[in-house]
Design a protein around this ligand. Structure first.
Ligand SMILES: Nc1nc2c(ncn2[C@@H]2O[C@H](COP(=O)(O)OP(=O)(O)OP(=O)(O)O)[C@@H](O)[C@H]2O)c(=O)[nH]1
Ligand SMILES: [Mg+2]
Length: 328
């Protein structure tokens, strides 16, 4: 049997930037075993003072938009500019397909061999909230291990974007030219979250269409409410295959960082996100407490049935649940 690392070994390994230890630590925080959760909590507490210095970037877009190819080009660009990069992916569909993670590994082939980059697909948790919760913690571990850019990638399905938006400083939306919003499955809400919108695959025959899409999306973005960051979202084009527009995207991110650090939004946003994290954790603990109480479980089942059949209102049942919860 493999030897389990102690808390001290995990902490010092992470702080020394040891990738094997980092991977083990992420596996630990992703674990749902109660004894692992204790250790994970202690580990996070220990590394927390060493976090916060990285820039956290969220990247999303529908399947096939070119996320992996973009991250590969962008990641290699960053590392050639002396950055250390960690890429974490949240893929809500990976549970069903099991294929996309394997696919990604091959698509990000050069980045995965890059000594200054670390790629980690997220464990497919049973709930999206669960996955997101662990991704935030995995990101902190990467920060403590010395990575100065953290990319959190997710597929454009809606729910996971909100989760990612809540844990990053900057949100990048990749889109295809001329595919039509319906086709891309992108909801207005996701476009509203984006700090920069990048039209991908702007090469060959696609170039013209991409330029037109820039005008269309710039116009569409003007119709939205100005965001709290005080930053006007930019629309740009790029070709990851031809390595074009990559530096420009990075420059826009740097501009965003400067802008929001100057106007105070950057720090305020992180404070809000930490608060969100607190309630996510509290919720998680509450759920665990409820699940571990057999008596409460039985009562909840009975109340669920009454609400399902319409013989009791949801509000009354919830009040009953709370009353009984207070007794445990
Ligand atoms: N012409 C062109 N094709 C590209 C470019 N970027 C990606 N592609 C192609 O688009 C296809 C999908 O790219 P991926 O990077 O795998 O897209 P993805 O968004 O990661 O897809 P999923 O992981 O399935 O969600 C691949 O066949 C790529 O070769 C680009 O800049 N130009
Ligand atoms: Mg991909």
């Amino acid at each position: 049997m493999k030897k389990r690392l102690t808390l001290k070994e995990l902490t010092s390994g992470i702080l020394a930037g040891n990738r094997v230890t980092l991977s083990k630590a992420i596996t630990l925080v992703e674990s749902v075993l109660p004894e692992d959760e204790e250790m994970a909590a202690a580990l996070l507490e220990a590394i927390l003072p060493h976090t916060g210095k990285a820039l956290r970037i969220g990247i999303t877009g529908v399947p096939g938009v070119g996320k992996s190819t973009f991250i590969e080009a962008f990641g290699n660009y960053l590392t050639s500019n002396d950055k250390k990069l960690a890429v974490l992916t949240i893929d809500p569909s990976s549970q069903l397909t099991h294929g996309s993670i394997l696919g990604d590994k091959t698509r990000m082939e050069s980045l995965s061999k890059n000594p200054n980059a670390y790629i980690r697909p997220s464990a497919s948790g049973s709930t999206l909230g669960g996955v997101a919760h662990k991704t935030r913690e995995a990101a902190l571990l990467c920060e403590a291990a010395g990575f100065d850019i953290i990319i959190i990638e997710t597929v454009g399905t809606g729910q996971s974007e909100t989760a990612v938006k809540n844990m990053v400083d900057f949100f990048l939306l990749l889109m295809l030219a001329g595919a039509g919003d319906e086709l891309q499955g992108i909801k207005k809400g996701i476009m509203e979250m984006a700090d920069v919108l990048v039209i991908t695959k702007a090469d060959g025959e696609n170039k013209k269409k991409a330029a037109m899409a820039v005008a269309d999306y710039t116009h569409a973005l003007h119709l939205f409410q100005p965001p709290a960051s005080g930053w006007t979202a930019k629309v740009m084009t790029c070709s990851a295959l031809e390595n074009e527009g990559i530096a420009e995207v990075w420059n826009a991110i740097v501009q965003f960082e400067t802008h929001t650090k100057l106007n105070g939004f950057f720090l305020q946003n992180r404070k809000e996100q930490n608060k969100t994290w607190l309630y996510e954790c509290f919720n998680h603990l509450l759920q665990q407490e409820i699940k571990s109480s057999q008596a409460l479980g039985e009562l909840i089942n009975a109340l669920e049935k009454k609400v399902e059949s319409g013989s009791m209102s949801a509000y009354q049942a919830a009040k009953d649940m709370l009353k009984n919860f207070k007794k445990i």
